[in-house]
Write a protein that binds this ligand. Structure first.
Ligand SMILES: [Zn+2]
Length: 268
């Protein structure tokens, strides 16, 4: 079967719904606050690092909302797939918040290493504080938790304090030591399958999911990324066509056959 060794069929919306139901049967999903983290058992920190698609994040947020579940979505400010300042994408985050989910900062220290002449620890605190303020003022919520984007590349794997820039560090030593970790990085299970981890019955789970890997239909990780990129391109072109049409201008070179890119998706 297609991609069996990577469990492609784990990563569908339908299966996500099923996994959420299974998870909430046995566990309570908690926020990133040390009070809950340390005191209780049979708890889950369910976190989404939004690396490639706010649209997918919004869809997973809807599925969770339907199941009465609230999780935390970590937003990346230097992303090549989306910009949080763009109205449509801004509204995706706003609507995720409206459903009762939390927003955290997905902090990319590598951005500053590549673009500034900086020191190490102190600079990280400063820049994380600035990004925290940006998210707080844009979305009118408090940002209390941070996760590091691509920590290996950014050289921050060793930063295990409980807090950075006043935010709970999702990679703190205490969380790493107390919680069983499960991640879908790169579109497959890096260590163990989520379902196996749930079935095993650990006391505390820390689950990291990236929304772009969860799609309506079964497809390979590469096609899931391709789907994100083509979906965005398709939306941008259609928005442009609508704008030109509504302003009564001539859309020179416009061709019906060029309109719908979405048919491209899933053909591979
Ligand atoms: Zn990331």
């Amino acid at each position: 079967m297609l991609g069996k060794q990577y469990y492609f069929d784990d990563f569908t919306e339908e299966n996500y719904k099923r996994l959420i139901e299974k998870l909430t049967t046995n566990y309570k999903i908690i926020e990133f606050s040390y009070e809950d983290i340390l005191k209780k058992d049979k708890v889950v920190l369910l976190r989404h690092d939004v690396d490639a698609s706010l649209n997918r994040a919004y869809r997973l947020a809807q599925i969770e909302y339907g199941g009465g579940v609230k999780t935390t979505y970590f937003i990346h400010l230097h992303n090549m797939f989306y910009s949080i300042l763009e109205q449509n994408q801004f509204m995706m985050i706003k609507n995720i918040i409206r459903m009762g989910h939390k927003i955290g900062l997905h902090f990319d220290f590598d951005f500053y290493k590549q673009t500034r002449d900086i020191g190490s620890g102190y600079a990280l605190e400063e820049y994380a504080k600035q990004e925290r303020k940006m998210l707080e003022s844009l979305f009118e919520v408090s940002i209390d938790v941070v996760s590091f984007h691509n920590p290996e590349a950014a050289g921050v794997l060793n930063l295990q304090n409980e807090y950075y820039a006043g935010m709970v560090n999702a990679y703190s030593r205490v969380i790493s030591e107390c919680f069983k970790y499960c991640s879908d990085s790169n579109g497959y299970w890096r260590f163990e399958r989520l379902e196996d981890v749930i079935d095993y019955g650990y006391d505390k789970l820390h689950i990291l999911l990236h929304p772009e890997w969860w799609t309506p239909d079964l497809m390979s990780p590469y096609d899931r990324i391709r789907r994100c990129v083509i979906g965005r391109t398709d939306n941008i072109l259609k928005s442009y066509d609508r704008l030109i049409s509504s302003s009564g201008r001539e859309n020179v070179g416009y061709n019906e056959e060029k309109v719908d890119l979405s048919g491209e998706v899933g053909n591979r």
